[in-house]
Design a protein around this ligand. Structure first.
Ligand code: SF4
Length: 872
């Protein structure tokens, strides 16, 4: 029998948009490799992309339309959605309904949803979770360039001599871009500066790290611009020809941005600031790459423009290896921007100017065009809570977890008269509030296009058949539109039909006014669409110094550093939030992978050791993090990489995986005034130790029959089952209820209040529960491995067999399952001196490479002090 042919598709996760070569090897089984011919990654994949094959099973999938808890057929579900939306619109007007969509949608899905809301329902109330990721970049681009255009490509990364990474943990969040940067550094000696309040793994190998005070980036960039001006390094000819500079721009900069003022505002040594400025001044080919640390701020748009100002005024734009470069979080945030999936844009890079509304209305033959922007995400859920929105459709996202002030978002969803959720997962924190749930196609079943951070449009191709009654999002939205009375405008038979219309609209009455123009693809045939190769729209943008503004010039935007408040007495810490290397959003997919789960098994609050000491916290304690919006628990991790006074928590955990770690409850629902993007990066907070009477863990085949009772319960997938970490203050005997039926064997340690129970089923291990009040708990690894054995070891209650390594430590290399202690032992025993040597000895870091920054950090921490001094 011949081998199945690989299918070229695109990764499901971040905005790098890596090409994947996927081979279907069985029923819901796919092997994953990097697509060597895809220009975004040339065959590289990070740990998340590498393990996509572990996430295509049907565990937890929503497979049938549901009204409440009742399974219904598609006709009934779609008729109900259409009828209830029509009713609300008839009674309260079109602005009483809303769609909240996602950067996980394909461009074709996005296009149809945007068209229905803005052209037929007649409201601008469609916004996307990309609002939370990069809308400040959108607003900054429009203010500076006149259009939301990213003026860089990944090829520029190969030609730069300096990388300034601002508010971006690139090594974790965009690992393949990070690897490309590292390759350029190795090939041409390019330098890398990281500007980030935290010392992340991205900083490990940096030439310079600036642990900047959160929110002071405008001061730093304005100071850089002034330094370059004083050094005579502005491109005066370019400024005269291509830039519009407001009156008083330079005087204002001069008054506020001297080195000492900047250093004080940023809480950095002046010498460190000067070093950055001199590096930038000496390097014409510089890329400033920015991400959520810049965008997710109450002054995110100003921060974006402060960066762009520097590049514009020095002519470091439109040339090889020189640009400001916004890297997007989600796989298709850019596709959403192209179709107009944000409430603040209309369609195809047009805004709500009357001539644009009229133009799009003509193109769509739309009966009722929205003539003004709709509500942005935070305002949308506020309107929901206030009863102004009475019906909402949430597509492929989980706002009950991911929105700021998520407790109030939940209440708003609970109070809303009609909530529709289309998703691949049956039970999410958001779908619990849904009146109607619609089963959508998942990554491995979707067919369409996505656009990555460099404006490259790639095909995502279906690998597997649609399971159960799941349907593509474009089909679901189109069917609702048809039932609302607009069938002829939504009579698409396949994604190619939608792509052609989208391409036609981008060119419609364009005449060179909008750079987003893919009209050359408007006549693409179905077969050619199926085979379409990845392509970037726009060649080297802005190379001619011409911008899509009325006068053809870009704008230098005056931006001023906002005053940063001192810590509050009751909320003395500053909370920063973000991602982990191996998890994605709310873990609905990555949480299915046992390998990815091992990198960070629990949600941690990272805190500087000196702050922890003041608060009486130790490594591994459970702490309550509170803000005026809410509170939730985290495991404490001491980190020298945190600034004093700052804490960091991850965004991924939900009610499905943990009783704690609910970061979304904590941030304020405050937003940047231009972009509407929430300021997730600096919330006043408090941290307190939680007193616990006992600690425990449960390893169980499949899931526990009942969610364990405890203050602290977290669950991860492990091979053949699940691992629960537990802690509490009541009687741990209540944990017995979470054990499966079977034969019990048990030991009790009265001295330390310990208890160990194993449950066997015909000699095979079903579960182990280890509890202690004062003692130590053993490593979980050997017990987890026992789930694979046909007969449980007689030593199961000992926790390990003789000769088995006690604890390999936290997993660093997920590809080869190698833990921290194993790596440290190999470094010591074999005198390993660099990351390559660790790879040769253990294999770590030799597959996807995502752990290479971590290996570098471990090496530097293992290096004897004398060696460090000698090296420096
Ligand atoms: S960097 Fe990783 S997560 Fe991002 S697209 Fe590439 S493989 Fe996927």
């Amino acid at each position: 029998m011949s081998e199945p042919a690989p299918i070229r598709t695109t990764c499901a996760y971040c905005g790098v948009g890596c090409g994947i070569s996927a081979t279907v090897t069985g029923d819901r089984a796919v092997t994953i490799a990097g697509d060597k011919d895809h220009p975004a990654n040339h065959g590289r994949l990070c740990s998340k992309g590498t393990h996509l094959g572990e996430t295509v099973g049907l565990e937890g999938r929503l497979l049938h339309p549901m009204i409440g808890d009742k399974r219904v057929n598609w006709d009934k579900a779609l008729d109900t959605v259409a009828r209830r939306f029509r009713q609300v619109i008839a009674e309260h007007g079109p602005d009483a309904v809303a769609f909240y969509v996602s950067g996980q949608l394909l461009t074709e899905d996005y296009y149809v949803a945007n068209k229905l809301m803005k052209g037929f329902i007649g409201s601008g109330n469609i916004d996307t979770n990309s609002r939370l990721c990069m809308s400040s970049a959108v607003a900054g681009h429009i203010r500076a360039f006149g259009e939301d255009v990213v003026p860089a490509s990944y090829a520029d990364l190969d030609e730069a001599d300096l990388f300034v990474l601002v508010g971006s943990n690139t090594a974790w969040c965009h690992p393949v871009v990070y690897q490309r940067i590292q390759a350029t550094r190795a090939a041409r000696g390019a330098k890398m500066v990281v500007i980030d309040p935290r010392r992340t793994e991205t900083c490990e190998d940096a030439d310079l790290h600036l642990p900047i005070r959160p929110g002071s980036d405008v001061a730093l960039m304005n100071g850089l611009l002034l330094h370059l001006r004083k050094a005579g390094l502005l491109d005066d000819a370019y400024i005269a020809r291509s830039l519009s500079v407001p009156d008083g721009f330079w005087d204002k900069l001069e008054a506020e941005s001297d080195l000492w003022t900047v250093a004080r505002a940023c809480d950095l040594p002046p010498a460190t600031v000067r070093r950055l400025y001199e590096m930038f001044a000496a390097t014409p080919r510089a890329i400033t790459l920015f991400s959520q640390g810049i965008n997710q701020s109450l002054r995110g748009t100003d921060q974006v423009n402060a960066i762009i100002n520097v590049h514009l005024a020095t002519g470091r734009i439109g040339k090889p290896g020189a640009a400001p470069f916004s890297i997007t979080g989600q796989p298709n945030a850019m596709g959403g921007r192209e179709v107009g999936g944000l409430a603040s844009t209309l369609a195809a890079h047009m805004d709500f100017a009357p001539e644009n509304v009229a133009r799009v209305g003509r193109f769509w033959s739309a009966p009722l065009m929205a003539d003004k922007p709709g509500l942005k995400a935070v305002d949308m859920f506020r309107a929901l809570g206030e009863g102004r929105i009475k019906a909402i459709w949430v597509m492929a996202t989980n706002p009950a977890v991911s929105m700021p002030d998520a407790g109030n978002v939940r209440q708003a969803l609970a109070d809303c008269p009609f909530v529709v959720v289309s998703d691949i997962i049956a039970d999410t924190d958001t779908s619990r509030f849904a009146h109607v749930r619609l089963p959508a196609a998942g990554w491995a079943e979707k067919d369409g296009t996505v656009t990555n951070s460099e404006r490259r449009i790639s095909r995502q191709r279906a690998l597997l058949p649609l399971p159960g009654e799941a349907k593509p999002d474009w089909w679901i939205v189109g069917e609702v539109a048809r039932r609302m009375g607009w069938g002829s405008a939504f009579s698409y038979e396949r994604p190619a039909d939608i792509f052609r219309e989208h391409a036609r609209l981008s060119a419609y009455e364009n005449r060179g006014k909008r750079l987003f123009d893919i009209g050359s693809h408007a006549a693409i045939g179905n077969l050619a669409y199926d085979e379409m190769a990845p392509f970037c729209w726009g060649d080297r943008l802005f190379a001619d110094g011409h911008f899509p503004t009325p006068d053809g010039k870009a704008r230098l935007v005056p931006v001023t550093q906002m005053t940063l408040a001192d810590p509050l007495r009751d909320w003395p810490m500053t909370l920063n939030t973000g991602r982990y290397r191996d998890q994605w959003h709310t873990m609905t997919r990555t949480g299915l992978s046992p390998k990815l789960a091992r990198h960070r098994e629990e949600p941690l609050v990272e805190i500087h050791p000196l702050d922890a000491e003041v608060l009486g916290l130790d490594e591994g304690d459970i702490a309550r993090v509170s803000t005026p919006q809410g509170e939730t628990l985290f495991r404490v991790a001491l980190s020298e990489g945190q600034r004093r006074g700052d804490i960091f928590t991850p965004i991924h955990w939900t009610d499905r995986q943990s009783t704690g770690g609910r970061t979304g409850l904590l941030p304020r629902p405050l937003t940047d005034p231009n972009s509407g993007q929430p300021g997730f990066k600096s919330t006043p907070a408090r941290v307190e130790k939680v007193a616990l009477a006992w600690r425990a863990f449960l390893v169980v085949r499949c899931a526990a029959p009942r969610w364990p009772a405890g203050l602290w319960v977290t669950r991860i997938a492990v091979p053949n089952g699940a691992l629960y970490e537990l802690a509490g203050d009541g009687d741990p005997a209540a944990l017995e209820a979470c054990l499966p039926k079977g034969q019990w064997i048990e030991t009790v340690d009265k001295a330390r209040g310990g208890r160990r129970i194993a449950v066997l089923d015909d000699g095979r291990l079903s579960a182990v529960l280890f509890v202690t009040r004062d003692g130590e708990l053993p490593s979980r690894d050997w017990l987890i491995a026992q789930l694979a054995e046909a007969q449980a070891s007689p030593l199961v209650l000992a926790g390990r067999a003789p000769g088995v390594q006690a604890d390999r430590g936290a997993v660093i290399c997920v590809c080869f399952d190698i833990g921290l202690r194993t790596i440290m032992a190999a470094i010591a025993e074999k005198s390993l001196a660099d990351v390559g040597a660790i790879g040769k000895a253990l294999g770590a870091g030799t597959n996807c490479g995502s752990c290479r920054p971590a290996l570098a950090r471990i090496l530097s921490e293992c290096q004897p002090r004398e060696a460090i001094h000698a090296a420096s």
